[in-house]
Design a protein around this ligand. Structure first.
Ligand SMILES: [Zn+2]
Length: 203
């Protein structure tokens, strides 16, 4: 098995050998983080991914925010946020918000389930390479946590104009963004490709 890994910080080729369970490897030259080995890493990825999918489903099923002002109340769901941007003449922004806060995270989660299940149970499936490549390419384009911080900042402004009630969906989406980040952090790029290699080398 090829245990060489190229450091992202200084391009040094490092032999990480066989790491002990739950240990990390750092570059001996620049100290950059290289990889973390966890024997149950894929099971963790699967658990976080399924939890995140459930939280996202909860976040889409209940009111996100409701505003009360001068006797009028309006309730907004998660999916209405991009839609209302489009209604106020910003369709491109609405599409960008929907893409980076709902569509890309959902796609990444689906792909993570699609690679973690075969890697845990040793199923040989044809999509492992493409799915793993897509996950690592999309990772930096998911902005669930940026969205929740953006909502919090705008709430501070709105609170002086209207009474804002945070719905179940708001809390679910907040929890979703945390669990989703945990899933991404747990999926170690090097270890994931090692497992794919091991599965494919098996007869
Ligand atoms: Zn380095």
């Amino acid at each position: 098995m090829n245990n060489l890994i190229a450091c992202h910080g200084c391009d040094l080729l490092v032999d990480v050998g066989s790491l002990e369970d739950d240990s990390r490897a750092y570059c001996p030259r620049c100290g950059h983080f290289l990889t973390r080995y966890q024997s149950d890493g894929m099971s963790r990825v699967l658990a976080y991914s399924i939890s995140a999918i459930i939280l996202l489903l909860v976040a889409s099923s209940f009111p996100f925010l409701s505003f009360k002002s001068a006797g009028l109340e309006s309730v907004m769901t998660l999916y209405e946020a991009p839609g209302s941007l489009a209604r106020y003449g910003m369709p491109a922004l609405g599409l960008i918000v929907a893409t980076f806060t709902i569509i890309v995270p959902s796609l990444i989660l689906l792909l993570m389930v699609m690679i973690s299940l075969p890697l845990i149970f040793g199923w040989r499936v044809p999509w492992l390479h493409n799915a793993a490549r897509t996950i690592f390419a999309l990772q930096s384009w998911s902005m669930a946590e940026v969205f929740i911080i953006g909502v919090l900042v705008s709430l501070v402004k709105i609170m002086s104009l209207a009474t804002v009630v945070l719905g179940i969906s708001f809390w679910a989406y907040g929890a979703f963004s945390i669990v989703f980040i945990m899933a991404l952090v747990t999926l170690d790029r090097f270890q994931c490709w090692q497992l794919i290699d091991q599965l494919e080398a098996r007869e």
